[in-house]
Design a protein around this ligand. Structure first.
Ligand SMILES: Cc1cc2nc3c(=O)[nH]c(=O)nc-3n(C[C@H](O)[C@H](O)[C@H](O)COP(=O)(O)OP(=O)(O)OC[C@H]3O[C@@H](n4cnc5c(N)ncnc54)[C@H](O)[C@@H]3O)c2cc1C
Length: 432
């Protein structure tokens, strides 16, 4: 039987994950990536991987790469928290996640550095991933599909998978009514080395916490710590991976969410330095611990993102071109589900295509079953992320007062207030 050939547009999380599984199952796979190299853009953020993301990676990756992934995630032995606070870190409520001291319960969510994960995903695929190849258009026929690139070249394959992210060129062609809606919010994200001058920037009560601090005027500040269970360099050499890990040290990932009216014009086009300066200005009324993350950030990792949410396609015709991940179901990062859902898609599509190949079924049948199943869980996550973002950016002044003033005050009487334990003992933050 001739090999089934697959062209994947986009070497992001889902594209690379799918490629591993299909290659192991005997498919002929090529991945086409628009960027000139893997780390052409510094995407300095970590992601929370949950049971779906972990299960997908376990299914798709060769066992040694899955173990390497686990080795470079954050430790899971301590109890962790998601805290919602006001801008001065007065606690509104917290969610508690039980630790797993054995480290083997794969349902326990953990943090992973996105660039490190992508480097692990590239391992073994170096000769299958073609950088500098921007997919612009696809044609589907009954016997296969053709993917066209911006350099004028094209490739003919059995099936094309659009994993080309939020601005997917192929989605615009195949699902024109599915262009993401604007949530009218922006995010500025950054990364800051955790230990500076021999001291951790995160006070010990918050070491194992993700924190969302709700500020005035619907502004919010999020941070969490990315600690590596094993130093990436040691783990990479232990598993015989020759690539250089892109990140060496633990860091704090922070993000500021703000309504569109409060962002500068053309925020996406600002230089990193201007963006960083702006981030400092708009966080002046937040707790000094939070300000210190911005103040001491790696400026080169600062980025601005318009937060968008997918629209479910009114109809999704089955063809030899299908989609995964942000290309079809972008969601705001509130909830931490975008990447996990993208990885889940990759595992599901792999399962459907591999089963079709074994049973000699038409590929269209596999695509149809994948699209139907995926739409159900993915658009549920999109809605949940939108709802969570609205809850964190409340506009009603009365509810705001209750959330930001009354509840933290009542809690501070009932419990020891968090802020009395948070000392910022670095140099004074300069007020500009
Ligand atoms: C700050 C932030 C924090 C986040 N935190 C979390 C989290 O905690 N948990 C979580 O699950 N998710 C999180 N997410 C979301 C997550 O990062 C994305 O959902 C995930 O990366 C989507 O994977 P993907 O494979 O669909 O797309 P991507 O990983 O974006 O990959 C798309 C790839 O396609 C390439 N490409 C684009 N256009 C073309 C083209 N025309 N031709 C060829 N290649 C192209 C791009 O260069 C890119 O490499 C976060 C996102 C942000 C911004």
């Amino acid at each position: 039987m001739p090999k089934i050939s697959v062209a994947i547009a986009g070497a992001g999380l889902s594209g690379l994950c799918l490629a591993h599984s299909l290659i192991r199952a005997g498919f002929a796979v090529q991945v086409y990536e628009r960027d000139l190299e893997l780390h052409a853009r510094r995407q300095g953020y970590r992601i929370t991987v949950d049971e779906y993301g972990i299960a997908a990676l376990q299914r798709c990756l060769p066992p040694h790469l899955f173990k390497l992934f686990l080795a470079t995630t954050s430790p899971t032995d301590e109890t962790s928290y998601f805290r919602v606070t006001n801008q001065k870190l007065g606690e509104i409520f917290k969610l508690t996640f039980k630790g797993d001291s054995s480290g083997i319960d794969l349902r326990t969510p953990r943090q992973v550095d996105r660039q490190t994960l992508r480097t692990i995903l590239l391992e073994g695929l170096q000769d299958k991933v073609h950088f500098g190849k921007e997919a612009v258009r696809a044609e589907s026929a009954s016997d296969g599909a053709t993917l066209h690139f911006s350099d004028g070249s094209c490739t003919h394959v059995s099936i094309i998978v659009g994993a080309d992210g939020v601005n997917s060129a192929l989605r615009k062609q195949y699902l024109p009514d599915c262009e993401p809606e604007d949530t009218n919010s922006w995010g500025i994200f950054g990364r800051t080395l955790l230990v500076q001058n021999g001291r951790s920037l995160v006070p010990s009560p918050l070491e194992t916490s993700g924190v969302f601090a709700m500020g005035p005027s619907s502004r919010g500040f999020f941070f969490t710590t990315m600690k590596f269970r094993e130093a990436p360099q040691t783990a990479f050499s232990r598993f015989g991976v020759d690539q250089i890990p892109p990140v060496a040290d633990d860091y704090v990932m922070w993000g500021i969410v703000l309504p569109r009216g409060q962002s500068p014009e053309h925020q996406e086009k600002l230089s990193k330095e201007m963006l960083h300066r702006f981030a400092q200005e708009i966080t002046q009324d937040f707790h000094p611990v939070l300000q210190s993350f911005v103040e001491r950030a790696d400026i080169d990792c600062t980025m601005a993102i318009k937060l968008r949410a997918a629209r479910e396609p009114s109809s999704w015709p089955v063809s030899r071109v299908t989609f995964m991940g942000d290309a079809v179901h972008i969601m705001p990062p509130t909830g931490a589900h975008g990447g996990n859902t993208a990885l889940r898609d990759a595992a599901l599509l792999a399962e459907k295509l591999e089963a079709a190949a074994i049973q000699g079924e038409a590929l269209e049948q596999a695509v149809s079953s994948y699209q139907e199943e995926m739409s159900k869980y993915a658009f549920r996550e999109v809605e949940a992320s939108k709802v969570m973002m609205k809850r964190f950016t409340i506009k009603n002044p009365l509810i705001n007062w209750v959330m930001l003033c009354a509840i933290p005050w009542i809690r501070s009487i009932a419990n020891k207030p968090l802020t009395t334990e948070l000392t910022y003992d670095g140099p004074m933050i300069s007020k500009k």
